[in-house]
Design a protein around this ligand. Structure first.
Ligand code: FAD
Length: 610
C-alpha cells in the first residue's frame, strides 16, 4: 500500500480493524443510547477468593521487593532500570503476571494485575511501563487472545519467565493513523522477509522477542512474533523523554529480517484487528497506573497540607488549598471506582467492556493529569523541586515533579485523547449508523435511501419516545443506594438527554458530524462522566457490603465526586450547543496559513538554530 493515504482510506482501514460485533451486553453502549442498565454493573461481581489470596500474596512480595531493592532516585538519576532490578522482577514472576499458570505465569486476575501495576507505577512509573508494555501490548496478550496452541506453548513460558517483549507498530510516518504503515513483510517459501523502521518501541532497546506489525502485499497489516536476535534487526537509538526516564524505548531497523510462517499471529491482514482487540482490555493497564498515582497524590496532599503552616495555619485550612485537596481525594475515589467496575467486569467475562476500558483510559489519563497538576500547586516550590534535590538538602524526597512528567504521556500513547474520543464516539453512534448509516454517509441511490429512511423511521419512532421518560424522574428510584440514589437518578436522566442530544447532533450535521470533533468529544466526555458517577455509587455500595467499616467514608467520597462530576456534565451539555467551535476552526486554519506571523516575532527559537 502506498504511504499516500487519503482521510477516507485511513478511516476505512480503522473501520475494517474495528471489532464490529457485540456478542455480550455493554453497559457503555446502552448508556450512550439512553438506556441506563445499572443491572449490568451492580451489584459488582464478587472477587474470587482464590484469586484474592494469590493476588494479595503477590502484591506483598512485590511491595517487599520494591521497598528493599529498588531505588527510584537511582532510576531517575541513571535514566535506567538497573539490571538487578529487572532480574528481581523476573524472579518474582512479574513478567508473567497475566499469563495463565499452565504456561508458567502467575495467572493473576485483571483486578490484581492492575493493582500490581499501580503498586509498581507509584514506586517508579518506568517499572509499570516496562511491565505493561511487555504484557498488555507485547507478546503475551496478543498470543493469549489470538495465538495458536503451538505459539502459546512456545512463547508464553518464555515471556512469562525472563524474555522481555515489546510491541512495534509506530513508525516515523505512522502515529495515530496505521493506514500509512510502511514496514513490509514479503512472503517467501517458508516465511516472510521484513523491512522497515520502527519508532518509540517501549522495551525495544532490551527486548528478547517482539510483536511487529508489517504490510503483507495485497493482504494488509499483519502481526508477527519476531525473535529480536534475528539477523537484520538493529536498535539504532534509545529515545529519551520528558518522563519515564528508565524505559528502554527504541528506534529499531528491520533489514531483510526473515521470520518463519508459523510466527504470524492470527492470519495475514489481521494485524490491526489484533492490535485493537488486544487493547480492548489491555487498555485497563494504563488507567490502573493513573489510579495508583491519584491515590498517592491524596497521601502527599494530606501530609503536606496538614504539616505546612503559612499565614498562621496549616495550608490545608486555607480555602484555596482545601478546594484542591477535595478535588484530588474525590477524583482518586472516582478513578478507582471506574477502574474497579471495569476490571471486575473484565474478570467476570459476561460483558463486553471495550467502551468501559476505552473510557477508563481516556478519563483516567485526563483527570489524573489534573490531579497531579493540582498536587504540584499544593506543594508549591517543593512540588517543582526534584526529589533528589529535596533529599540533598534534608527534606523527604517527594517526587511530585517526576510523577507529573511521568503522567503526561498517558494522554498520548495507547490511543491519544483525540483518537480515543473518535474511537468511543464511533461506538456510541454505532446503532445510529446501523439503522441510518446509508442516509448519513450520503452514498447509495435514492431508492436505497428511501428504504433506509423507512427502516430508520421505524427505529426512531420507537426509540425517541423512550427517551422522554425513565426511572430518573421517579423520586424514590434507586433508593437502595441511600443518600447516593439521587446521583443515579441524575445519571439515568442525563443518559437519556445525552442520547437525545446525540440524535439532534446527527440530524443537524448528518455525515458532517464526524468532522465536528469538538462536538463528538463533548458527547464522549459526558458519557465518561456518567460512567464515572455510576461507578462511584456502585463501588461505594460494594465497599459497604465488603468492608462495612469503611461504608461512610466511601459514601462521602462518592457523593462529592458525583457533585463535582455533575458540574462538569452541566458545563459539557451547555457547550454542546453554545461554543466557538466554528470560529476556532476557522482561525486555526488562518494560523496554519501564516496570517498571524507577527505573533511569532520577538524571540529566537533554539530549534531553528540547530
Ligand atoms: C514514551 C512513548 C512510548 C511509546 N511506546 C510505544 C510502543 O511500545 N509501541 C508502539 O508501537 N508505539 C509506541 N509509542 C507511540 C505512541 O503510541 C504514539 O506516540 C501515539 O500513537 C501517537 O502518535 P504520534 O505521536 O505519531 O502522534 P500523531 O499521530 O502525529 O498525532 C499528533 C497529534 O494529532 C492528533 N491527531 C492525529 N490524528 C488525528 C485525527 N484524525 N483527529 C484528531 N486528532 C488527531 C493526535 O491526537 C495528537 O494530538 C510510544 C510513544 C511514546 C512517546
Amino acid at each position: 500500500m502506498s504511504t499516500e493515504v487519503t482521510e477516507r482510506q485511513a478511516r476505512a482501514v480503522a473501520e475494517a480493524a474495528r471489532e464490529r460485533e457485540w456478542r455480550l451486553p455493554s453497559f457503555g453502549k446502552e448508556l450512550f443510547l439512553g438506556n441506563f442498565r445499572l443491572d449490568l454493573i451492580s451489584p459488582q461481581p464478587r472477587l474470587d477468593a482464590a484469586a484474592v489470596d494469590k493476588g494479595e500474596a503477590f502484591l506483598a512480595r512485590l511491595r517487599e521487593f520494591l521497598v528493599a531493592e529498588v531505588d527510584p532516585l537511582e532510576i531517575e538519576r541513571e535514566s535506567k532500570i538497573p539490571e538487578r532490578v529487572l532480574d528481581g522482577l523476573k524472579q518474582l514472576g512479574a513478567l508473567g503476571m497475566k499469563v495463565p499458570e499452565t504456561y508458567g505465569g502467575l495467572g493473576l486476575s485483571q483486578v490484581y494485575y492492575n493493582r500490581a501495576l499501580a503498586l509498581a507505577g507509584v514506586w517508579h512509573a518506568s517499572l509499570s511501563t516496562l511491565l505493561s508494555a511487555h504484557q498488555s501490548i507485547g507478546v503475551a496478550q496478543p498470543l493469549m487472545d489470538f495465538g495458536s496452541d503451538e505459539q502459546k506453548r512456545k512463547w508464553l513460558p518464555l515471556v512469562a519467565r525472563d524474555h522481555v517483549s515489546a510491541f512495534l507498530l509506530t513508525e516515523p510516518d505512522v502515529g495515530s493513523d496505521p493506514a500509512r504503515l510502511g514496514a513490509t513483510a514479503v512472503p517467501t517459501d517458508d516465511g516472510y522477509v521484513l523491512n522497515g523502521l520502527k519508532l518509540w518501541a517501549t522495551n525495544g532497546a532490551i527486548a528478547d522477542v517482539v510483536v511487529v506489525m508489517a504490510q503483507v502485499p495485497d493482504r494488509g497489516i499483519t502481526a508477527f512474533v519476531l525473535p529480536y536476535d534475528s539477523p537484520g534487526v538493529t536498535v539504532e537509538h534509545r529515545n529519551a523523554f520528558m518522563g519515564l526516564r528508565g524505559i528502554e524505548n527504541s528506534v529499531t531497523r528491520l533489514e531483510d529480517v526473515f521470520v518463519p510462517r508459523e510466527n504470524v499471529i492470527g492470519a495475514e491482514g489481521q494485524g490491526l484487528k489484533i492490535a485493537l482487540t488486544t487493547l480492548n482490555t489491555g487498555r485497563l493497564a494504563l488507567p490502573a497506573i493513573c489510579v495508583g498515582t491519584a491515590k498517592w497524590a491524596t497521601k502527599v496532599a494530606r501530609e503536606f497540607a496538614s504539616e505546612r503552616v503559612q499565614w498562621g495555619q496549616p495550608i490545608g485550612r486555607h480555602d484555596a488549598v482545601a478546594q484542591k485537596i477535595a478535588f484530588i481525594a474525590a477524583s482518586a475515589f472516582g478513578l478507582e471506582a471506574m477502574l474497579d467496575v471495569a476490571s471486575r467486569l473484565a474478570d467476570d467475562k459476561r460483558s463486553d467492556i471495550r467502551i468501559e476500558a476505552a473510557i477508563a483510559k481516556l478519563y483516567a489519563s485526563e483527570l489524573g493529569w489534573q490531579v497531579l497538576d493540582e498536587l504540584m500547586q499544593v506543594r508549591g516550590g517543593r512540588g517543582y523541586e526534584t526529589a533528589e534535590s529535596l533529599k540533598a538538602r534534608g527534606e523527604r524526597p517527594v517526587a511530585v515533579e517526576q510523577q507529573l512528567r511521568d503522567m503526561r504521556i498517558n494522554r498520548i500513547f495507547e490511543g491519544s485523547t483525540e483518537i480515543m474520543h473518535l474511537l468511543i464516539a464511533r461506538e456510541a453512534v454505532d446503532r445510529h449508523l446501523e439503522v441510518a448509516g446509508e442516509i448519513l454517509e450520503g452514498d447509495g441511490d435514492l431508492k436505497d435511501k428511501a428504504r433506509v429512511a423507512l427502516q430508520a423511521g421505524r427505529f426512531y419512532a420507537k426509540w425517541l419516545p423512550q427517551l422522554a421518560v425513565g426511572e430518573g424522574q421517579k423520586p424514590g428510584a434507586y433508593e437502595r443506594f441511600g443518600r447516593l440514589a439521587g446521583h443515579l437518578r441524575f445519571v439515568e436522566r442525563s443518559s437519556r438527554k445525552l442520547a437525545r442530544s446525540t440524535f439532534y447532533a446527527m440530524s443537524r450535521w448528518q455525515a458532517r458530524l464526524e468532522k465536528r470533533q469538538a462536538v463528538l468529544a463533548r458527547i464522549v466526555d459526558i458519557g465518561a462522566e456518567l460512567f464515572a458517577m455510576a461507578s462511584a455509587v456502585v463501588y461505594a455500595d460494594t465497599i459497604r457490603s465488603e468492608q462495612p467499616g469503611r461504608a461512610d467514608e466511601a459514601a462521602e467520597l462518592a457523593d462529592l465526586f458525583c457533585k463535582q462530576s455533575r458540574r462538569r456534565v452541566g458545563a459539557l451539555f451547555s457547550a454542546l450547543w453554545s461554543n466557538d467551535d466554528v470560529d476556532n476552526y476557522a482561525l486555526a486554519q488562518r494560523v496554519l496559513e501564516g496570517r498571524y506571523a507577527f505573533l511569532e516575532e520577538g524571540f529566537a527559537d533554539p530549534a531553528d538554530a540547530r
